[in-house]
Design a protein around this ligand. Structure first.
Ligand SMILES: CC(C)(COP(=O)(O)OP(=O)(O)OC[C@H]1O[C@@H](n2cnc3c(N)ncnc32)[C@H](O)[C@@H]1OP(=O)(O)O)[C@@H](O)C(=O)NCCC(=O)NCCS
Length: 158
């Protein structure tokens, strides 16, 4: 079980700059350039409908999840990553769960995301957390890289 503390990034907090720098470093390592938000991270965070949670262990950022809610009804998980040395300790699951809870408190009805089907750990985590595959979006990342669009409904529809 993850032991990290899950914090919400607040733009006016003392450590905001350091946390963003560390996340950008992880972002550059984990995601290919065209998929990375490294260059526009701060710009993304300034959007009023965007949230970022990070997991902290002894002052170190273990992982982060970014989510946004384009409308009052639906939200997207836009980024999720855990630093290599902290993987398989429950941080990814805890971060995803915390982001879903944030969406729930906003009365969001559906949380969606896109994921490369070859990212086996991520697909497995999303399925474990209740996400279902909606469709395969061909050429989503690049001409030869598709994405699963996945969703989780937070309210019963019947
Ligand atoms: C996906 C990722 C966030 C998972 O983080 P994590 O902290 O290692 O995951 P957890 O320890 O919380 O594991 C939770 C579940 O994820 C799945 N999972 C995690 N690592 C896995 C692996 N190597 N192989 C298969 N399933 C895996 C399992 O379902 C696991 O549940 P279990 O422990 O009961 O088997 C991490 O591997 C990562 O940062 N990957 C690179 C970035 C990425 O692909 N992000 C998603 C982009 S959309």
């Amino acid at each position: 079980m993850a032991e990290g503390l899950i914090c919400q990034l607040r733009r006016n907090s003392d450590n905001c700059g350091e946390v963003v720098e560390e996340i950008v470093r992880i972002e550059k390592r984990v995601f290919p350039k065209h998929e990375s938000l490294a260059k526009c991270f701060e710009q993304e965070l300034r959007k009023h409908n965007c949230g970022l949670l990070f997991s902290e262990i002894g002052g170190d950022v273990a992982g982060y999840v970014m989510y946004s809610w384009p409308s009052s009804l639906c939200a997207s998980i836009t980024k999720l990553a855990v630093k290599e040395n902290y993987r398989r300790q429950g941080h990814g699951e805890a971060l995803l769960k915390a982001a879903i809870e944030k969406c729930r408190t906003r009365n969001i009805q559906r949380v969606s995301l896109h994921v490369d089907p070859s990212r086996i750990p991520a697909v497995s985590l999303y399925k474990k957390s209740g996400f279902l595959v909606d469709t395969l979006v061909q050429g989503y990342y690049s001409f030869d890289r598709d994405a699963y669009r996945m969703y989780l409904d937070l309210v019963e529809t019947n």
